[in-house]
Design a protein around this ligand. Structure first.
Ligand code: NDP
Ligand code: 2IT
Length: 445
């Protein structure tokens, strides 16, 4: 079995040079799936795992645009269409200077299994650009989005590929992208999710990833007869996912004592209350300021270029980016009594960090399970668009909650034994089986 894993990994490395995040995501899945494949040889005969690791299509393109000063700018755009076995390609767009092909392949690969777990019919993709929205005017962001869509529109559509937001892509960017798509195609369709409410968006989509992550942790806690009430939580990030994680935790009686951005983190020992959360939303979504300002406003301590994993807490919600918790961070968290991890971000914990959590037998689920509420609600937005109607807030949130419970059940079914639920194994096997069976049934395509 170890030889099988090594064979797949050396091929992945040879075929995708210089893409460490992609190897990391693949390695985790290959390690959990290989024993399962040994017991179910049809997956081996059809080389399903090997096929899943190869994107169906990768699109890479030039994005030229003009800055406010009239200078020509050039960025690179991507869309990795990974797998369409169970539905149209679906997944976010990331605009961040760190974006490269390897990062998008890791994200697209994770997305395939995540989307399968949601119980909805969605394939997996991811895209984006090395464009940095920080410090750009609204006009510059619009120019960039229009140029990006001038190329991407050829490859997407409501039944083909439906992008959404991710880091650096929120309501503003989805608006500019949608407007340009509509102009080019002369079609008003559900080609993107995360749209504005008056033009096809769904209630609860902005909240969905954070709310869903908290619901997932609630389910994990229930397996140990615990609840969120009075739990002290540390959150990283201060964007879409972090904000709505804080909001749901507040509603359920937990206390959030940290938030961060790429400059550092704020420790607020008294807890973020509703008033402070409204300030945070305005700071980040409207003024597009830095998290340091929160510390100044509410007289708490700001730790420059540090991460919040030193603080004593019960539960952590890493909600910024990949590999933000390493082995040492994980050890510190365990030492300080952390009992659960809710990954809002994609792959925020390194492989060594995951091992520390699992060895300590705390409640740990991979992001592809715990943050699937965002894309699940995107799926619900697609359904509403197809039906040409909008559901109430209550209906969408009830659906989201039920989906998170269903994802938890699938993880327990495939990853549980009497002593400890291995959510990594559970999520990977449950996500894999549905896609793998569909691929076999559809033949070699
Ligand atoms: P946002 O752009 O809204 O917020 C991102 C936050 O993370 C910001 O506070 C940002 O700080 C911080 N951050 C980003 N990159 C880094 C970095 N390299 N180092 C330190 N901090 C960083 O993005 P989202 O909240 O949408 O996404 C956060 C995470 O959640 C990502 O991993 C994303 O893939 C994942 N996710 C998002 C979903 C969604 O629906 N939006 C769904 C599922 C997962 P700064 O402003 O300084 O850059
Ligand atoms: O990582 C993710 O699941 C997302 N960024 C959301 C994707 C989507 O299509 O809503």
């Amino acid at each position: 079995m170890i030889v099988e894993i090594q064979n797949i990994m050396s091929k992945v490395k040879a075929n995708n040079p210089g893409e460490p995040e992609f190897y990391q995501a693949v390695q985790e899945v290959v390690e959990s799936i290989t024993p399962f494949i040994e017991k179910n040889p049809k997956y081996k005969t059809h080389k399903v795992l090997e096929r899943m690791i190869e994107p169906e299509r990768v699109i890479m393109f030039r994005v030229p645009w003009l800055s406010d000063k009239g200078e020509v700018q050039i960025n690179r755009g991507y869309r990795v269409e990974m797998n369409s076995a169970i539905g149209p390609y679906k997944g976010g767009l990331r605009f961040h200077p760190s974006v490269n092909l390897g990062i998008l392949k890791f994200l697209a690969f994770e997305q395939v299994l995540k989307n399968s777990l949601t119980t909805l019919p969605m394939g997996g993709a991811k895209g984006g650009s090395d464009f940095d929205p920080k410090g750009k005017s609204d006009n510059e962001v619009m120019k960039f989005c229009q140029s990006f869509m001038n190329e991407l529109f050829r490859y997407i559509g409501p039944d083909t590929d439906v992008p959404a937001g991710d880091i650096g892509v929120g309501g503003r960017e989805i608006g500019f992208l949608y407007g340009q798509y509509k102009k080019l195609r002369n079609e008003f369709t559900g080609v993107l999710t995360g749209k504005g409410l008056s033009w096809g968006g769904s209630l609860i989509r902005p909240e969905a990833t954070g709310y869903g992550c908290v619901y997932f942790v609630q389910e994990m806690l229930k397996t140990r007869k615990e609840s969120l009430e009075d739990k002290v939580c540390c959150i990283s990030g201060s964007g879409n996912v972090a904000q709505y994680t804080v909001e749901k935790l507040l509603q359920l009686g937990a206390k959030c004592i940290s938030i961060s951005d790429s400059d550092g983190f704020v420790h607020d020992p008294y807890g973020i209350n509703h008033h402070k959360l409204e300030y945070l939303k305005e700071l980040k979504n409207v003024r597009r300021g830095r998290i340091k300002e929160y510390a100044q406003e509410f007289h708490c301590k700001f730790y420059e270029h540090k991460k919040p994993w030193d603080i004593k807490c019960d539960i952590v919600f890493p909600s910024a980016t990949q590999n933000e918790i390493n082995e040492n961070d994980a050890k510190k968290l365990i030492k300080n009594g952390c009992i659960a991890v809710g990954e809002g971000a994609n792959m925020p914990t390194t492989a060594e960090g995951v091992k520390v959590f699992q060895d300590a037998k705390i409640l740990y689920a991979p992001g592809k399970a715990s943050n699937a509420g965002g894309v699940a609600t995107s799926g619900l937005e697609m359904t509403q668009n197809s039906m040409r109607l909008s559901w109430s807030r209550e209906k969408v949130e009830k659906n989201l909650h039920e989906i998170m419970i269903a994802i938890h059940e699938q993880c327990v079914k495939h990853g549980g034994n009497k002593k400890y639920v291995d959510y990594v194994k559970g999520a990977n096997i449950a996500g894999f089986v549905k896609v793998a069976d569909a691929m076999i049934e559809q033949g070699l395509v």
